[in-house]
Design a protein around this ligand. Structure first.
Ligand code: TYD
Ligand code: MG
Length: 456
């Protein structure tokens, strides 16, 4: 009988792409010289079922009890988690270094431990002293929070099994080391192995585990993408480097809505929740300035108003410069082409800089009409009325298409005292609301970008 060969594969250290042979450049993240040979993937999820053979069951007979949840006491975090931490779940919290992941989790630990839950905070990055210093900025802690500065997963699992905490924080997964994988910490197979072990532990005890994961400049968790498939919930903490806003977003959630967003602000004494994000996002908005338009985006289940800014000016280069911050660059180029072709406005000789103010990232098509209005307003150097909001998707022939959840968007604008709302005509049908809820706001339906020019 032929001897089974020990399986190995090559992994990209940037994104975790797996290849049977060595490659000079990764076909996924396009980084050079990132491939290293490591033992092939262990598929934890299949091995989780164990040796017990399961039999098929009728769907109607399966009992689905409500999951047990622990509310964290931080409203914005509970919202993103779908109503609290589900017992036995594994939650990945990703974000750039310095964005505030450790601060957020430590604050969560503070509230939970004060409510009588036993919590273990494992840090492989910082010493107890450093954590203590951070804790002192946040406030007083009670005796239910334990610290463990350790990177050996064997010791960590033993401690968790002995101590039986309700919640464990692993800060960060890239520093954890498991002997089974036999590679340096942070390598693709180490990160995968460590996550697999933690997953097994979380389900078997059960204990809820938060894993902190660092994100590379491309915006993916360093180490394998496989990680995202393994965990129950993936949260990303993002924000503008300079600004103090922080957005916590659920990218995946097996126990709640995905794409839900929580808004925080970083202060001297930790993160504070932002209770009215729309008002917050519009703070400091200039009055009657050309190129500034307010629009409404739906983030998860919640409408948030945001200001789109455009600066369109004659180019001094052969090729006009175009940038898009907070939204999709290609979408902006496409909308400029639509304006050029359908409205006959020659934008070829103009630079265009588009920005969503406040550091929020919006990739929703409903932003299109706001971007078009901002570009036209800047091009014509005429201010767009600052008490008017507009939203809608723009198609390739210049038509304005219906968007989902128009009613929520209209209500949010009315709540914040806007006087007029320009929206897709096709979305009117959806709006079975009584006029009194509009606070005196008027609605204007448009079906194409020509009509947008007519109504403003
Ligand atoms: P941290 O939670 O360490 O980030 P991460 O774990 O994501 O790397 O947060 C670090 C930044 O937050 C640091 O630049 C200091 C700042 N900070 C405050 O502004 N106020 C505070 O109360 C705390 C604890 C941190
Ligand atoms: Mg940290």
């Amino acid at each position: 009988m032929a001897k089974a060969k020990k399986k190995a594969a090559f992994f990209c250290s940037g994104c975790g792409f797996e290849s049977p042979k060595w490659l000079g450049q990764c076909p996924v993240c396009h980084e050079w010289d990132t491939f290293a040979e490591e033992p092939a993937a262990v598929h934890w999820q299949t091995s989780l079922s164990g040796a017990v053979r399961s039999a098929p069951a009728r769907l109607n007979e399966v009992k689905a009890d409500e999951e047990e949840r622990i509310a964290t006491g931080i409203g914005e975090l509970d919202r993103v988690l779908g109503g609290g931490i589900v017992t036995g779940s594994l939650i990945l919290t990703g974000g750039e270094p310095g964005i505030g992941k450790s601060t957020l989790l430590l604050q969560m630990c503070r509230v939970l431990s004060a409510n009588g839950h036993k919590i273990l905070y494992v840090s492989g990055e910082e010493s107890s002293k450093q954590i203590k210093m951070r804790a002192e900025r946040i406030g007083d802690f009670c005796n239910n929070l334990y610290l463990l500065c350790e990177t050996d997963l064997g010791i960590i699992s033993e401690t968790i099994t002995d101590m039986k905490p309700i919640i464990v924080i692993i800060d960060s997964i890239q520093t954890m080391y498991s002997e089974d994988a036999g590679q340096t910490p942070g390598s693709a197979s180490q990160v995968r192995e460590a996550t697999g072990r933690l997953m097994k532990l979380a389900k078997s005890l059960p204990v809820s585990i938060f894993i902190v994961g660092h994100v590379t400049k491309e915006g993916i968790v360093a180490g394998p993408r496989l990680l995202e498939h393994m965990v129950d919930t993936v949260l990303y903490f993002e924000g503008d480097g300079g600004a103090s806003y922080r957005f916590l977003r659920s990218v995946k959630n097996r126990f709640g809505p995905a794409n839900e967003i929580g808004v925080f602000e970083m202060h001297q004494d930790g993160l504070k929740e932002v209770l009215n994000p729309s008002a917050y996002m519009l703070q400091g908005k200039p009055e009657n300035a050309p190129g500034s338009v307010v629009t409404c985006s739906i983030e998860g289940t919640r409408p948030i108003l945001a200001e789109v800014q455009a600066l369109v000016c004659q180019t001094s280069f052969n090729m006009p410069r175009r940038t898009a911050a907070g939204t999709d660059y290609n979408r902006v180029n496409l909308l400029m082409a639509v304006i050029e072709k359908r409205l006959g406005i020659r934008l070829g000789g103009y630079d265009a800089y588009i920005n969503v103010a406040g550091g929020m990232k919006i990739n929703e098509p409903a932003l299109d009409l706001g971007i078009v209005a901002a570009i036209l307003s800047s091009y014509k150097n005429q201010a767009f009325d600052s008490r008017t909001i507009c939203f809608g998707e723009v198609g390739l022939v210049g038509e304005v298409r219906a968007v989902s959840l128009s009613k929520q968007r209209v209500m949010e604008a009315a709540k914040l005292g806007f006087e007029r709302c320009i929206m897709p005509k096709a979305s009117f049908r959806e709006l079975d609301m009584d006029k009194s809820a509009l606070n005196g706001m008027t609605l204007s339906g448009v079906s194409s970008i020509y009509e947008l020019l007519e109504v403003v």
